[in-house]
Design a protein around this ligand. Structure first.
Ligand code: FE
Length: 217
């Protein structure tokens, strides 16, 4: 079975950009439910994929939409927690240079990221990713759609665009959420390690491997 990763910081560590209350609902209810449903669907089907990435790839493309949606949402949320840091950071070194080359600088990347996320229709995710050539790009995906099934896109950061991610704190103002998020929360150290891995140095982040089913008490 797959386990729900704990938050890598305290529930109140991202406030006021993301409140303690939002993080409790988001992690303990939404993310937990995706992992629980994923495990139930796998158990019912008698399957135990070797990794969450394998589960996503094997169920993608409308083969098993329910399994895919829960597997991809389990992955996307774990990545989202890591893409944020309570400590305000700035891109440095190779990542700063890549942002300069691909966008012209951090303010231009911010503008594109916020615009993409704010204009995205409905639920989904806005990503900063490195493409196969090592250049950076911003794009959004719908609902549970992820970057595991597009292996040429190596994700550096992601921001959750589902209403559950921001509605308690920003109500319908998704743009304000994205602006506040981009200015305070990106984990640029994590993004830099993902970029280095995309360029062949180190390993890209992967979801924790499944563990043997716990015996019923
Ligand atoms: Fe979410």
């Amino acid at each position: 079975m797959f386990t729900l990763p704990g938050l890598p910081y305290a529930y109140d560590a991202l406030a006021p950009v993301i409140s303690d209350r939002t993080l409790h609902f988001h992690h303990d209810k939404h993310h937990a439910a995706y992992v629980k449903t994923l495990n139930e669907l796998l158990a019912k089907a008698g399957k135990m994929p070797s990794s969450l990435e394998a589960a996503i790839v094997e169920s993608a493309g409308a083969k098993e939409p329910k399994l895919y949606n829960n597997a991809a949402q389990a992955w996307n949320h774990a990545f989202f927690w890591l893409a944020m840091s309570p400590t305000r950071q700035a891109p440095a070194a190779e990542l700063a240079e890549a942002i300069r080359i691909s966008f012209g600088g951090l303010p231009a990347l911010r503008e594109q990221f916020v615009k993409e996320g704010a204009a995205h229709f409905g639920s989904g995710w806005v990503w900063l990713a490195a493409d196969a050539g090592g250049g950076l790009k911003v794009f959004s995906t719908h609902d549970a759609h992820d970057t595991v099934t597009t292996p040429k896109d190596h994700p550096l950061l992601v921001c959750d665009l589902w209403e559950h991610a921001y509605y308690l704190d920003y109500q319908n103002d998704r743009k304000a959420y994205l602006e506040a998020w981009f200015d305070a929360l990106p984990n640029w150290d994590f993004a830099a390690s993902q970029l280095a891995a995309a360029r062949g140095s180190g390993a890209l982040w992967r979801y924790e491997a499944p563990v043997a089913e716990a015996r019923a008490a």
